[in-house]
Write a protein of this length. Structure first.
Length: 317
């Protein structure tokens, strides 16, 4: 326990229309062998019975705090609302439809205390249609290698829930509304600011993959705040980190471009993304740290949707 009865760890649980799953998530947190935490549940204006389920648990455990938002603002600002009132040295995040093993945070905090790292990352177990996939990460500290490994996605990626952060590292980054892909945008910046990062294998987080994918829905133009992050990181030009961020940025712009075509966004919105993507691909060709194979794959992947988009424009005339 920290001084003045402050918990060592603050766990932030954003909730939106999760009445079917949130109880299991909360119980998995309350049953932790590590006890020195507070659980901050942020109800992001749910329309179902989620808030009442959360309140029921708060009546029986004083470690639970509830933020009941009246306007839905998305998961990033829900997390930010939790961070604002958090008291822990470390911040952890859990999604409301996932659950964790009993010793998950005991192991996490032990590693954090041993290393005094700004960010500690573990792997996770992924369930896709009840089939289990185990993702495990080796130990690294170098932030360039960490970002590269997150981008590769083999052992861990840009999500928040397989990491704990020192509050000082993450609190300011979360305050901006980034739109889509906020996990990537926040973690890119957090890793820049972190002086020490630690990785270890831990299968204690159970990520549940649902069938209700958002990949075919219209994509918000707010996603274009990627440009803000790109400009923010210009000061890292000519460093290793700059060049891997350039690759990640180009790749995510391409994913956005494809999703906007599938989501039937307006031609004007798609044209804006296409213009930015073309510009960045032209500079990406000269990227010093990306392999020729990655360059070819990205450029070829961009060619097909651009041809499809052109055909769609021609057909609509």
């Amino acid at each position: 326990m920290m001084g003045n009865n402050e918990p060592l760890l603050s766990i932030v649980l954003p909730v939106y229309n999760s009445e079917k799953y949130v109880g299991k998530a909360i119980e998995s947190i309350l049953n932790q062998t590590f006890k020195d935490f507070e659980l901050i549940i942020v109800n992001d204006a749910s329309k179902d019975n989620s808030i009442n389920i959360c309140k029921k648990y708060s009546y029986i455990d004083k470690r639970i705090k509830i933020v009941d938002k009246k306007i839905n603002e998305g998961v990033l600002l829900a997390r930010a609302s939790g961070i604002v009132i958090s008291r822990g040295k470390y911040i952890g995040f859990i999604d409301s439809d996932d659950f964790i093993e009993k010793d998950y945070y005991e192991i996490f905090i032990k590693k954090a205390n041993e290393t005094d790292a700004d960010i500690v990352i573990s792997g996770a177990s992924s369930f896709v249609k009840n089939k289990r996939y185990t993702l495990m990460s080796p130990q690294y500290i170098d932030r360039f290698e960490a970002i590269k490994m997150m981008d590769d996605g083999k052992y861990f990626n840009f999500v928040h829930w397989d990491k704990i952060y020192k509050k000082d590292i993450i609190k300011c980054i979360m305050m901006k509304k980034y739109g889509g892909a906020e996990d990537i945008l926040c973690n890119i910046q957090a890793f820049f600011f972190a002086k020490k990062i630690y990785y270890f294998p831990n299968k204690g987080y159970n990520y549940i993959v649902r069938d209700n994918s958002l990949s075919h829905k219209k994509v918000s133009s707010d996603y274009l705040d990627f440009e803000y992050v790109y400009e923010l990181l210009e000061k890292y030009r000519d460093t290793k980190i700059y060049f891997i961020i350039e690759y990640v940025f180009c790749r995510e712009l391409l994913i956005l471009f494809v999703r906007m075509i599938k989501g039937k966004n307006s031609v004007e919105e798609i044209q804006v993304v296409k213009s930015i993507l073309n510009k960045k691909l032209n500079t990406f060709i000269n990227n010093k740290y990306m392999s020729l194979g990655k360059k070819i794959r990205l450029l070829c992947s961009a060619k097909i949707p651009m041809v499809i988009f052109k055909l769609l424009i021609d057909l609509s005339k």
